[in-house]
Design a protein around this ligand. Structure first.
Ligand code: GLY
Ligand code: MN
Ligand code: MN
Length: 439
């Protein structure tokens, strides 16, 4: 027997907030497809974020049908209980358990989905469903809609129109509730403490993946479920590859280490990057460049408050980094020329921020009607300026080649400013030098 990790009322409140936005409609949310490799090897499963967001249910092969104002309002289709399968794969709630423990009004075997859902759709005007995420599920949906149409006979009503559910729920997820803020605070804190432990474990001669192991051990011992995204542990020039995935090289004395890693706690993730010297002491050149990026990053964080637009953050970042590039003799010319030509992108190709929540690049729009969206209290975002100088860039001063620096924190927008959620991860030069390699 299991009990849900989070109280069902959290999810019922979310459905209640969604209900008025989709009257006379049905929302159909399927689970994330299960990944099975070589026929029988199961991989750790994570539920589709939106299905989890509205139900708290974590099993694969499940579908929610939500029809606000109808009876029953919440219906789920799930795997049936099966003694033999449960011996292999673990506990299943089954339809009875879903009704009893998740506050869902009615639940049936997943095999009943098409037949029963085509009836449940008889008295709605439209369907919210996201196409093209799961081909098999799309085919089921098509058959279900066709079946609803034929059950309606000659009523003059055709196939129900489909609206994308992703932006609808995404908008709900943009401004975090008090509950979500609490969990994000924990995810930020756990991520930050684990970064500190990794700093203490860092020393020349280790392999990048040893440090990834330290990060995982720390976050899981503090209650995280998993990493929030693919951890990047990039030593030396690997730090100039933005999505470095290998994490399998040795740590060399004298080089910098860039680590981008976050803990997922109860389906909310932290997202932190730190860059620091493997041997514990910044060289003069490293300290100069790092100090400049750090100053800019702190300035950007201090700008965060309601009303600030995403675009303003990006513009300030680009201007600040161009000033650094000119001062470091990476680029020649005036700030305006460099900005308008876009030549700075050679050393800074990404955005400075993204929304953060249940997904590391969280749902929700940062542009509305073609305009950059102003921040509102309850939003959570990253601030992550960086500079990356390829090791084979002969136009760059030799002392800078192969250096990649990014500093990333998670910031909550509050009513009158902001709160940094990841301050447990040191980033000042003195603080870093005091702990690297000291465990
Ligand atoms: N770790 C992913 C990102 O920083 O966007
Ligand atoms: Mn990020
Ligand atoms: Mn990151």
């Amino acid at each position: 027997m299991r009990t849900p990790q989070i109280h069902p009322k959290i999810f019922a409140e979310r459905r209640a907030r969604l209900a008025p936005l989709i009257s006379n409609s049905a929302l159909i949310l399927p689970s994330h497809p299960e990944m099975i490799r070589n026929h029988d090897v199961h991989h750790p499963y994570r539920q589709d974020t939106n299905l989890y967001y509205l139900t708290g249910f974590e099993e694969p092969e499940s579908i929610l049908v939500f029809r606000p104002g109808k009876k029953p309002e919440t219906v789920m289709f799930v795997r049936v209980r099966d003694v033999e399968r449960e011996t292999w794969d673990g506990f299943r709630y089954g339809p009875e358990g879903v009704v009893r423990q998740f506050g869902i009004e009615a639940a049936y075997p997943i095999s009943e989905f098409e037949n029963m859902t085509s009836d449940l759709l008889l008295d709605v005007d439209k369907v919210y469903y996201t196409l093209f995420k799961d081909h098999e599920c799309d085919e089921r949906m098509a058959r279900t809609l066709l079946s609803t149409k034929s059950k309606r006979r000659r009523s003059g009503r055709g196939i129900l129109p489909i609206y994308d559910s992703y932006p609808l729920i995404g908008e709900m997820r943009v401004r975090k509730t008090d509950y979500e803020i609490e969990v994000l605070r924990k995810a930020g804190h756990v991520s930050g403490k684990a970064h500190e432990a990794v700093m203490r474990a860092t020393r020349p001669g280790l392999n990048e993946r040893y440090l990834q192991g330290v990060f995982i051990k720390e976050i899981m011992s503090m209650g995280a479920s998993r990493e929030g995204y693919g951890t990047i542990v990039a030593a030396g020039p690997a730090a100039t590859t933005l999505h470095y995935v290998f994490n399998d090289q040795p740590l060399n004395a004298g080089e910098l280490l860039l680590i981008d890693a976050g803990a997922e706690v109860d389906y909310y993730t932290g997202d932190i990057t730190r860059t620091y010297p493997i041997s514990g002491k910044f060289t003069d050149v490293q300290a100069r460049l790092y100090g400049r990026v750090l100053e800019l990053q702190k300035h950007l964080i201090n700008m965060v408050k309601p009303g600030l637009r995403y675009l303003d953050l990006q513009e300030t970042t680009v201007e600040g980094l161009i000033e650094i590039m000119i001062a470091e003799k990476l680029l020649k010319g005036s700030k305006d020329e460099i900005k308008s030509s876009g030549s700075y992108k050679k050393y800074y190709p990404h955005g400075v921020s993204h929304l953060l929540g249940s997904d590391v690049h969280d749902a929700g729009l940062v542009e509305v009607n073609g305009q950059s969206r102003p921040l509102e209290s309850g939003m959570c975002l990253t601030i992550e300026p960086g500079i990356y100088i390829p090791s084979d860039d002969t136009s760059a001063p030799e002392e800078l080649r192969g250096i990649g620096i990014r500093i990333e924190d998670d910031v909550l927008v509050t009513v009158d400013g902001h709160e940094v959620l990841t301050s447990a991860a040191p980033k000042e030069i003195n603080d870093l030098e005091a702990i690297i390699g000291k465990n």
